[in-house]
Design a protein around this ligand. Structure first.
Ligand code: ATP
Ligand code: ATP
Ligand code: MG
Ligand code: MG
Length: 878
């Protein structure tokens, strides 16, 4: 077996609209191409031995053991690889359930599709599955050690990619609310929502968290001063920079017991509490010095440690933090009890799990000693032995939810304190003997205020009810169902995508909104080019959706990008499908026009149920997409008598129709005339029918988004298919006694589209300079030739500079074959070089005639025309 290609899908895709995370592996079975699993001696046994848990895969029989039954009865190896890849991920703790295997048009070559949670793990699982199956085929077994290593590697990928418990809680809540999110490329920034409506977070800081509040909270001494001045109970304390001042400081705070901590520490680093002697104080001072230059000396307050979480001015959760401890069982030593406790799978390193493993430090031994123990003591059953003095979870502490117990006065105080410090999300550390009584009454204090407080003690307390604190954050960031997204309009089809995308963007600009759009020519925001290039894939979509100035996204969505990585967005408000015609067939395992239609239908299917799929009623494959999408349907048609559209309107649907020379929107009983086609420059005076179709699609897409008829009209009338706005799309040049037209048409449907315009040219002879990209199928070139013969009076056949792997002369032979097949007496010649071919066409231009150039390089063609002393670029004026 050989892996030919591995692709990673990250959005709605050809295989699934709902499952966005898929690996597509193109697998050549080689010598196994004709051998199903039952014909490989020992394969079934070897597979069951290596992965007995495959028993749990139902597969098509729909019951436990179903998949293994298929293996025993005989199934192709690609299918086995699929199930093994899923199971390997499962064994590493990643729950994935979706897989598909299909044979391609190349016999023995399969597409194996598997779901993943982590990209790297998914690709790894695919490769490991091939290795495993091959090994069983060759040797009857897969070594246990290798399987263990595979699973360990997969676990490592999974762990390394985890976002941390607080961020995890936030993105989970976002997903639950249908708020899109993505990771930005730096500083662990998470974007929630799209475009201008996005909010950003980094751990539990938001883009609203004020820098002054954060800096104040990080400076414990300043925090205490500000709070003390406001009458808030805080520990009596002072700051020193020299050991010499320690004695005086202890006196100032009222003598032992005291607390010594670094001025700007966190996570309990360098803190010693309950210090009772000068020796302890000196050691604690040194420990704090490791973390910070300035040292806080504070009175020690006896009590329990609480964390009060305040979000958007409201207390949303309270947890008591209990320091790391073990409970005696009368048999085990303290050392053994620690080891046992740390076996808990919920305990990880640092902050990456619900709890943290217990680790002892310098103060632990002293603490044990005070309790009368050593590590080797066997404490009596039920005795609690504290191992750390402070209760930070990151030093092995546990959390107990106390949200329902806090006294209202303490709630009021906590909320007031957070306002005083100036934070939107804050965690207060409160030491008090009883949180259900006012601090005032029990000599409780607010020890510090934390910016970016961790959520894990609230979302996963060891004892008590988990609190949905991320929900409170979402309520703050996106109050009262305010949309987190922006309108997304996605445009696909075989031909006319760029034109329609640009036109739609232009129409939308009439509303005064900032429109971000991507096309094959580049990515734009408002009036400006952001990035040139063929930007019709998910990365370009991300650029637009991540931009905080963009209010509306219009995305040209091409076949290649959908195939390579899926859509770059979760769902769209409008999905426009213009047409499906034979082009690119045979590329990327899309071999038939039906498959191509299924691929483009992803755009219609990924529309939200309250959005619209804008479909071409005149193209039966596009019209049929109405069956597949859950969205509302809006049709456009060039045929005012379309039966489909008539019925649709009768049922209350909306449509855009070309009738009596007008582009109109029909809804219910009313026809809203937008404009006469001949007043719309893009349609070249109404002579280019396919441009009318594109304009109908764009108008309809805007209309269903509540853009007004007046705004649509204004957009249509001011959009010009000029070289600068739409290079290579029906650019017509007036050269005095003849015209030249430059167009990108390179497939049969677009040839016919241009042909419709050329046929309307009644003043003189029509010359065509034709060609097409070399990676298309032989029969496509023959078709191009046939079409050209029907359209032009004289044809010059040329080839692209880049033949895309096809031998020079082959494409032109096929095209001439097509020409002579339909019109044996056609007048034509072959000039392979594009520049020479164009020049010849222009040289022989007849009076009042039209030279149609369908070039590889539009800019070069236009340059050649301009060398002829172009009179002017013809723009239709209204
Ligand atoms: P974190 O950032 O994890 O909250 P930290 O390193 O910022 O911790 P503090 O919050 O100042 O440090 O102190 C850690 C813990 O030590 C407190 O939660 C509390 O349990 C205890 N503590 C600190 N100061 C005092 C004090 N004056 N009296 C009693 N206990 C204290
Ligand atoms: P690409 O796949 O190269 O990005 P595209 O789909 O973006 O193409 P456009 O750039 O808008 O298409 O148009 C390319 C050419 O396709 C046009 O110049 C014209 O010849 C033809 N064309 C445009 N719209 C249509 C249409 N609705 N039907 C058929 N052909 C069309
Ligand atoms: Mg603290
Ligand atoms: Mg395009």
């Amino acid at each position: 077996m050989r892996i030919l290609k591995i692709q990673t899908l990250r959005g709605p895709n050809y295989w699934s609209i709902r499952r966005h995370k898929l690996i597509v592996m193109r697998l050549d079975l080689e010598n196994l191409a004709e051998t199903p699993s039952n014909e490989i001696p020992g394969f079934y046994e070897g597979l069951v031995e290596a992965l007995p848990s495959l028993e749990g895969h139902y597969c098509s029989p729909g019951c436990r053991g179903g998949f293994l039954m298929r293996v025993r009865e005989g199934t192709m190896m690609g299918h086995v690889v699929e199930h093994v890849a899923l199971e390997l991920q499962e064994l590493a703790g990643m729950h994935v359930g979706f897989g598909r295997t299909r044979e391609t048009a190349t016999p023995g070559v399969f597409q194996v599709v598997i779901e993943y949670l982590n990209e790297e793990a998914g690709r790894y699982a695919g490769r490991a599955a091939v290795r495993l199956c091959q090994s069983i085929v060759d040797r009857g077994r897969y070594p246990k050690a290798e399987l263990e290593q595979d699973i360990q590697d997969l676990k490592d990928f999974w762990r390394d990619s985890s976002l941390g418990p607080s961020t995890e809680a936030i993105v989970k809540e976002a997903e639950k609310r249908g708020i899109p999110w993505m990771q930005l490329s730096a500083r662990f920034l998470i974007q929630l929502g799209y475009g201008i409506n996005q909010k950003r977070m980094q751990a539990t800081m938001t883009d609203k968290t004020g820098i002054l509040g954060v800096e104040l909270a990080c400076d414990k001494e300043a925090t205490k001063r500000i709070l003390a001045a406001a009458g808030v109970p805080v520990p009596r304390g002072t700051v020193i920079n020299f050991l010499d001042d320690l004695e005086e400081a202890i006196e100032y705070v009222g003598g032992y017991p005291i607390v010594i901590k670094p001025l700007d520490g966190n996570h309990g680093r360098g803190i010693t509490i309950d210090i009772r002697t000068w020796e302890e104080a000196e050691a604690a001072y040194e420990a704090a010095r490791q973390v910070s230059r300035s040292i806080i000396i504070e009175r020690y307050y006896v009590g329990r440690d609480h964390r009060v979480l305040v979000v958007d001015g409201k207390v949303v959760a309270v947890a008591e933090r209990v320091p790391a401890h073990v409970v005696g069982n009368g048999r085990s030593s303290i050392a053994e009890l620690i080891e046992e406790t740390n076996l808990d799978p919920n305990r990880g390193e640092g902050h990456d799990n619900v709890l943290t493993k217990i680790e002892l430090d310098r103060t632990s031994y002293q603490l044990l000693e005070r309790q009368g123990f050593t590590l080797n003591s066997v404490p009596p059953k039920g005795t609690i032995c504290y191992l750390r003095a402070t209760a930070n979870l990151s030093t092995g502490g546990i959390a107990v939810d106390r949200t329902d117990e806090i006294h209202p006065e303490n709630v009021w105080l906590a909320q007031r304190v957070v306002k005083i410090i100036g934070l939107d999300i804050a965690g207060l550390d409160i030491v008090t003997s009883d949180i259900s009584r006012p601090l005032r009454e029990v000599d409780g204090v607010i020890v510090e205020v934390n910016a970016a407080p961790g959520f894990r003690m609230h979302v996963a307390p060891s004892v008590g009810i988990p609190r949905n604190v991320a929900g409170a954050v979402m309520d703050m960031l996106f109050p009262n169902e305010q949309s987190s997204s922006i309108p997304i309009l996605s445009v696909t089809g075989t031909n006319g995508k760029t034109t329609t995308t640009r036109l739609l963007a232009h129409i939308y600009k009439q509303t005064g909104k900032v429109v971000g759009y991507t096309t094959t020519d580049g990515t734009y925001i408002g009036e400006y080019l952001v990035e040139a290039g063929d930007n019709t894939g998910p990365q370009s979509a991300h650029l637009i959706l991540q931009d905080p100035t963009v209010e509306v996204a219009v995305l040209e969505t091409a076949r290649g990008g959908i195939l390579r990585s899926g859509l770059g967005f979760e769902s769209a408000n409008v999905g426009v499908v213009l047409n499906v015609a034979a082009d690119h067939l045979g590329i990327g395992d899309i071999d038939t026009i039906e498959q191509l239609a299924n691929l483009k239908s992803v755009v219609a299917e990924a529309v939200t149920p309250d959005g619209y799929a804008v479909l071409n009623a005149d193209d039966r494959r596009v019209a049929a997409m109405a069956e597949k999408t859950k969205a509302n349907i809006a049709y456009f048609t060039m045929n005012p008598d379309s039966e489909l559209v008539r019925k649709h309107i009768q049922k209350g649907g909306v449509a855009a129709v070309y009738e009596n020379g007008y582009l109109s929107i029909v809804k219910g009983d009313w026809t809203h005339r937008i404009e006469r086609a001949e007043n719309i420059p893009l349609t070249m005076g109404g002579r280019a029918p396919f441009m009318i179709a594109n304009a109908l699609a764009a108008s309809l897409a805007a209309f269903v988004q509540n853009v007004t008829i007046e705004q649509i009209r204004a957009g249509l009338k001011t959009f010009r298919a000029s070289v600068s706005q739409t290079p290579g799309r029906m650019n017509l040049f007036n050269l005095g006694n003849y015209h030249a037209l430059v167009d990108y048409a390179h497939n049969p449907a677009s040839y016919e589209a241009v042909g419709a315009f050329v046929r309307n040219w009644n003043t003189g002879q029509k010359i065509g300079v034709i060609g097409g990209p070399g990676d298309r199928r032989d029969e496509d070139f023959v078709t191009l030739g046939k079409l050209a013969a029907e359209i032009f009076d004289y044809i010059i056949v040329k080839e692209d500079d880049d033949t895309r792997g096809r031998p020079r002369g082959s494409a032109s032979d096929l095209m001439t074959k097509g020409i002579t097949q339909v019109k044996p007496d056609s007048r034509y010649e072959v000039i392979l070089d594009e520049t020479q071919a164009i020049n010849k066409g222009l040289d022989m231009a007849p009076n009042n005639g039209l030279v149609v150039i369908l070039p590889e390089s539009v800019s070069r063609a236009i340059k050649l025309i301009k060398l002829r002393g172009l009179v002017k670029e013809e723009i239709q004026q209204n």
